[in-house]
Design a protein around this ligand. Structure first.
Ligand code: ZN
Length: 163
């Protein structure tokens, strides 16, 4: 499990995990000793608080997996800096993303081989609970125009079949 987590970011450590046999939650935090202010670049050791971010990840040993990522909020120690407080960031994660990049890749791979209107159902069964709108956004940002068109067709199909 350590390796699974360190593939996301080598500085991440597993704090603990919980499983009911079908789904798994892994609590992680980074072991970086020093964090640097994004504005002035000064090292900060003054921790303000922590904030947990929950991310969906690829399945681990057949279980749907969530990562609870502990992010530190730090005070900038430089009195001349305009930044008073900053959050620990992670290179592997886009701002406000709720999914790991490897899950996004896996979803795109899986959806490529199935009719799009079935994608959410198939993903929910074995991969991750992904809503239709999230799926649409994921694929809509994809540069693969065919996928977008297929999905739009399936939404059209859905809307019409609901009537
Ligand atoms: Zn600063």
């Amino acid at each position: 499990m350590e390796d699974f987590v360190k593939q996301l970011d080598p500085t991440l450590d597993v704090i603990r995990s919980e499983s009911d046999g079908e789904s798994l939650t892994i609590y992680v935090a980074s072991n970086r000793p020093d964090l640097y202010c994004p504005v002035c670049g000064q090292r900060s050791k003054r921790q303000h608080c922590t904030q947990d971010r929950t991310l969906q990840d690829v399945p681990f040993e057949g279980m749907k997996t969530r990562i609870v990522l502990r992010s530190r909020k730090m005070d900038c120690a430089n009195p001349d800096c305009t930044c008073k407080c900053f959050s620990e960031t992670f290179d592997f994660l886009q701002y406000k993303s709720r999914m790991t990049p490897r899950l996004i890749n896996l979803i795109r791979e899986k959806v490529r081989d199935v009719p799009p209107y079935k994608a959410a159902v198939i993903l929910r069964k074995e991969t991750a609970d992904v809503g239709k709108s999230t799926l649409y956004n994921l694929l809509h940002r994809d540069e693969d125009l065919d996928l977008q068109l297929q999905l739009e067709e399936s939404i059209f199909y859905r809307q019409n079949s609901d009537i």
